[in-house]
Design a protein around this ligand. Sequence first.
Ligand SMILES: Cc1cc2nc3c(=O)[nH]c(=O)nc-3n(C[C@H](O)[C@H](O)[C@H](O)COP(=O)(O)OP(=O)(O)OC[C@H]3O[C@@H](n4cnc5c(N)ncnc54)[C@H](O)[C@@H]3O)c2cc1C
Length: 406
Amino acid sequence: MVPREANIVVIGGGVLGTSTAFHLAAAGHDRIVLLDRGPIAGGTTPFAAGQTSYLPSNERLLPFTSYCLDFFEQFEEKTGYAINFHQNGSLRVALSEQHVPGLHARMEMAKSIGDRAEWLTPQQAHDLVPGLDVSGAKGILLAPRDGFVEPRSVAASYAAGARDRGVTICTRTAVTGIDMADGAVRTVRTAAGNIQTRWVVLAAGAWTRQFSQQLGLNIRTVPVRHQAFVTAPLAGVTERQPVVRIVDTQVYARPEAGGLLVGGYGYRPLSFDMDAFPNRFEIPDLEADQIYYQQLTDAAVQNFPVLQDAGIIQERRGLPTMTPDGQYMVSEVDDIQGLVIVAGCQVGGIWSSPGLGRVAADIISGQESIPAAAFKANRFDEAYAHDAALRTQCEQVYAVHYWDMY
Ligand SMILES: Cc1cc2nc3c(=O)[nH]c(=O)nc-3n(C[C@H](O)[C@H](O)[C@H](O)COP(=O)(O)OP(=O)(O)OC[C@H]3O[C@@H](n4cnc5c(N)ncnc54)[C@H](O)[C@@H]3O)c2cc1C
């Protein structure tokens, strides 16, 4: 059974829904119910690489990324639960001149916050990451406060922190609809009963667009498949080595259990209409695109020759949500009072979860502690109103994710 009444209902127990529930409770809200049709972190969240990225290329995002970084650095103090934040730093590598300005923009951000980012030579990069060969690189930026986390533990810790602060968490509870009266949210319908409420936060990941279509909304975000793989242990990989991001080939690699976790953007970008999947589809059912994996491996081998003969022990894939301008989406919607959307994670939802949860909680609290005008759901006006245009643009944004174009 679910509670009959709540002040706020959060739909989705992924990293974005759990962060929102945590931030709402931490802000002093009560009678909050978090619902997921599966377990906590049963969607895309557990398949993430969990990498963090605190230096944006655009000054406008600095307050947001600073909040996320502070939160990750103090995760236990804030939530009561420790996560293992491997703050190994990251290397952002430009192989061609074309991508050097993007690195300079990030260096400027670093200077503006008094951060110790530095330029490295290819040899220094190799010394930090012995399997890495970027001998011809035109620029290598070390961001020392980046790192990675185990993504499921992040959602689990938010959920635990939320529960400690009074949030009711109902898993295995699918939301089947939302009833409205006078243009405002009134009732959340679930398989286990209805909940009367004035606020609903929709953080249903890949299902957000599909769910909101039932409410007559056209939310401009679509799920795009993203894939990665983990190798068997490799000689020379150390647990302390930084995350590596090669901008040109859009490949990333970080240590995982003695091997490398490798992923990348731009390889066969493909968005989905969730209605095309069977009703019972879940993220682990997502089929592998082997051509994507092959293209990714071919690209990664250029700078990680050690991957040539690496055994693959795990494939990871999921459906993060993209928007047409590459920006997050956290806001109320124009036509339904009391409905807040948290979506458009841009394949960065683990990292951005503190900020996105905070912005969602701020909206319900009637305040703005992090500037969030750029995240409004209605910012596209009439653009991308048709599915084909929306999906094409979101695939395009995904395809150039590392190139600082949006
Ligand atoms: C291979 C890969 C690598 C990645 N690497 C990184 C990375 O390095 N750094 C990073 O920050 N991000 C990364 N990501 C992205 C990250 O995984 C996502 O941004 C994040 O998990 C999105 O979280 P979410 O809460 O929006 O979605 P989800 O985790 O999918 O959660 C949505 C939840 O909503 C629930 N739900 C849906 N419909 C209903 C309903 N009707 N009723 C009840 N519940 C419902 C689902 O069951 C699900 O649990 C990566 C993703 C992948 C796939």
